[in-house]
Design a protein around this ligand. Sequence first.
Ligand code: ARG
Length: 458
Amino acid sequence: MKAWQGRFKESTHHLMEKFNASIVFDKRLYEVDIKGTIAHVTMLSKIGIITENEKDILVKGLNTLFQDIKSGQVEFTLQDEDIHMGIERVLTERLGPVAKKMHTGRSRNDQVATDIKLYVKEAIIEIKGLLKEVMETIWTLSNEYGFMMMPGYTHLQKAQPIYLAYHLNAYIHMFKRDYERLEDVYKRTDVLPLGSGALAGVNYSSDRELLAELLGFESITSNGLDAVSDRDYIIEFQSTLSMMMMHLSRFSEELILWQTEQFGYITIGDGFTTGSSLMPQKKNPDACELIRGKTGRVYGSLMNILTVMKSLPLAYNKDMQEDKEGLFDSIDTVALILSLFAPMLESIEFHESKMKSDVYNSFLNATELADYLVSKQFPFREAHHLTGELVKYCIENNLFLLDVPLKVYQSYTPLIDESVYEVLKFENALENKMSFGSTSTKSVKEDLQILKGFLDAL
Ligand code: ARG
């Protein structure tokens, strides 16, 4: 018999049973659900709704049940509908009538909201830890191998020389912002809805502060209607996870490119690549491709929850049961990817000579020539134009800027002298960047220190 059977004459259609049940996927909330119920019955005994003895029986029963579910000894069925009623059903079978008291002053609406918040808070902590490891791994690579010269790109066309560390550090900054976003979502998740009842509050002087203390929430909600209707924290969390996946995907895309024979900047370790069933020579960057690919499902879950919530009248509607699968999937996906990402990065070998030759065989010093002309009193726009003409000359004559004879330079403008060749050296192009946050050794080292300060403080 269902907990809500009283009002019904007929039993639930078997297809409705299947359609309505969330137990298949919300079973994983059992730990937070039991935690919430232990806090709730503790509070009920404190305000005199149940006796101290009843509370002790319930708490003991709940703890045993937790162990039993954990070790796979408890069978839930579709008739249980969801984990909340499943736990109540099993506990009633085990403890008898006393278990029927534990839902006093509580609704599944404030219960489920509390459960998900507890779950999301734990997930945020886990993801933060994994993200920190990824950032530390990138930092170590950057610090160790970072001062290799490589082309920086715009439009995927070689643009200006940069250091590898400058490139790698850019990703640490993206993940740093993700980390800060996680901390921000945590704050809004850390507000307890329990005690809001179905929507209007409850007829008991529930000690909600005590509940918050027992469950480790920073504060309590002050409008029950909002408290049971709110899923913003799920949306914010999924949005942060989506953004994180976007960063991981961009990084993966670059690693895929760098690993191609044409780029040849890196070799990803065998452990994180796979072969072809037909072509014996293949070594494919599948880990990176899957990260890029799985970004789609994380975005998808964000769109799902946004769409589920968009037209819901207050307060709880069964639509909201659809908040869970996408959330769980995104947490699992991101956690797995982050755990794999750090060792995958560590497996990478960087090929300095190829990066360097791609810089040398290029016009990546063209901006230097333009700035050199500016130092000779050319307005920048004219310097840009003249440099462009010199690049055109080089392309037509199969030369790079360092190969152009001084006589030719001087035929374009007599203001160019011998000193131009020093300026055009790629190493100098890098080191001449003097603005704060640039790619010069000094600047990149400063940034490494800034990032180290951030990471050490976590
Ligand atoms: N299984 C439900 C969910 O996940 C629990 C809340 C049900 N509340 C209700 N009033 N039917 O959303």
